[in-house]
Write a protein that binds this ligand. Structure first.
Ligand SMILES: Cc1cc2nc3c(=O)[nH]c(=O)nc-3n(C[C@H](O)[C@H](O)[C@H](O)COP(=O)(O)O)c2cc1C
Length: 415
């Protein structure tokens, strides 16, 4: 059992019960805060007070955030994906209130945090009664709201697979690797659920029903960084922090000599003021297309954060030294695969492919050289657009365009 949850917590196969259990723990912490308020004027920051302050700090610094993230990143998006009619309307009204509560409670917590930290280390004995009261009241109302609407809605609308999906996401957030499941396929997180629609409808038809309203964050052209690579760095770090699925996977689109585009996913390996780098086979389809036309576009979609980034520009090869350095950092088997595979060329069978790999492994030993036709491509950006999903398809879009002197201008685009 994870240390962030007590031993008596319900199992993650009942994620709604786990969320409710967390509320019980929050109520306990709030009661401790009340007791601490009464205790301090008489006893100061004595050992009991210090312990109580430390316990409240521990809980709200970590576990409470995870609980909010469970709701913001999983429960609410999953509910949005399945709620219809009255449920959808309730959710539409409720979700912004819940998200605002989280923000406001976080802000109030910042005030309390300082005072509690001082009490915990014995350097202070001040605790603002009004902040504690506001914080407690807000939390109690908030939990009541969730328990009377969202929790019953989830219990009513989620099927077994969706419960499992929610439980697994919550486990992962706490660093617990869920046990492999028997028979239940892994489903995309969150918003991709189609289980509320009758299964007799074909997947092709159901796709049209996948409707998700976005609203976790906003993007203001006044708040973004002057430099788009800095802005990208901010968002990339947030994607890492949010543990989005494959944050470094990006679509790369190139065009052939007839101007016809093709796209594929690759993994970004580096980005800085010079550009955005990935590694591949120079003789692959994308490699050949880039030889003919060096312009390409990259696309990131971080669905959990409701964010998209589009990057366009001209592609160049990384230096041989850079490619060597990255090649040599890869696991041996990946290096051997890169040598053995003539990427994008047809081959008769998997057995032939493996045969080629064995041949290469025998020939090159443990320290293979990077083949000349394998290395990095770096897209030097000329245009970078940041897209943040907002409610009712009224999204935020901010685009940066590189000027001749190397500086960037930025503009808001209509959704
Ligand atoms: C998640 C993911 C990551 C991938 N990463 C790379 C990569 O870093 N480099 C690469 O050459 N191919 C990568 N691929 C495979 C490419 O999508 C593609 O199949 C391959 O590069 C051949 O593309 P092409 O024939 O258009 O050149 C990745 C695929 C996926 C789904």
């Amino acid at each position: 059992m994870n240390e962030l949850l007590p031993d008596t917590a319900p199992d993650f196969d009942q994620p709604v019960a786990v969320l409710k259990h967390c509320h019980g723990r929050i109520r306990k912490q709030l009661a401790t805060l009340e007791k601490l308020l009464a205790h301090l004027p008489e006893h100061g920051a004595d050992q009991q007070a210090r312990q109580a302050a430390a316990a409240v700090l521990r809980y709200f610094e970590k576990a409470a955030h995870l609980h909010h993230e469970d709701e913001e990143q999983d429960l609410i998006p999953m509910l949005r994906a399945v709620a219809r009619g009255e449920d959808a309307a309730t959710l539409q009204a409720l979700a912004p209130v819940i998200l605002q509560d989280h923000k406001d409670m976080d802000a109030m917590w910042q005030d309390l945090h300082e005072q509690l930290a001082a009490i915990a280390d014995g350097s202070g004995a001040q605790l603002s009664s009004s902040t504690v009261q506001r914080f407690s009241q807000r939390y109690l109302n908030h939990m009541e709201r969730e328990e009377s609407t969202m929790a019953p809605m989830a219990l009513r609308l989620f099927d077994a697979q969706q419960m499992k999906q929610l439980g697994r996401a919550m486990q992962r957030r706490r660093g617990i690797e869920p046990a492999a499941s028997a028979g239940v396929p892994d489903v995309a997180m969150p918003g991709g659920s189609v289980a509320a629609t009758p299964t007799t409808v074909s997947v092709g038809e159901r796709v049209a029903d996948l409707r998700k309203d976005y609203g976790q964050a906003s993007l203001d052209e006044k708040d973004v960084a002057d430099d788009p690579v800095q802005q990208f760095t901010r968002w990339f770090e947030e994607a890492l922090k949010a543990e989005v699925n494959e944050p470094n996977a990006m679509g790369v689109s190139t065009v052939d000599e007839r101007g016809r585009p093709s796209s594929r996913i690759v993994l970004i390996k580096q980005f800085d003021e010079r550009g955005f780098t990935w590694y591949t086979n120079y003789d692959s389809q994308k490699g050949k297309q880039l030889n003919g036309n060096a312009f390409a576009s990259l696309l990131f979609f971080w669905s959990e954060l409701e964010r998209q980034v589009r990057i366009e520009g001209k592609v160049e090869r990384t230096s041989a030294e850079e490619s060597d350095k990255y090649f040599n950092s890869r696991p041996l088997k990946s290096r051997l695969s890169a040598i053995a595979s003539q990427q994008s060329a047809p081959i008769a069978s998997r057995a032939d492919l493996e045969h080629n790999y064995e041949d290469v492994a025998r020939q090159v030993g443990e320290t293979p050289q990077r083949p000349d036709n394998w290395g990095g491509f770096r897209l030097v950006p000329e245009r970078i657009e940041f897209w943040q999903g907002r409610r009712s398809r009224f999204h935020d879009r901010v685009v940066y365009t590189r000027q001749d002197d190397g500086s960037w201008t930025r503009q808001r685009l209509q959704p």
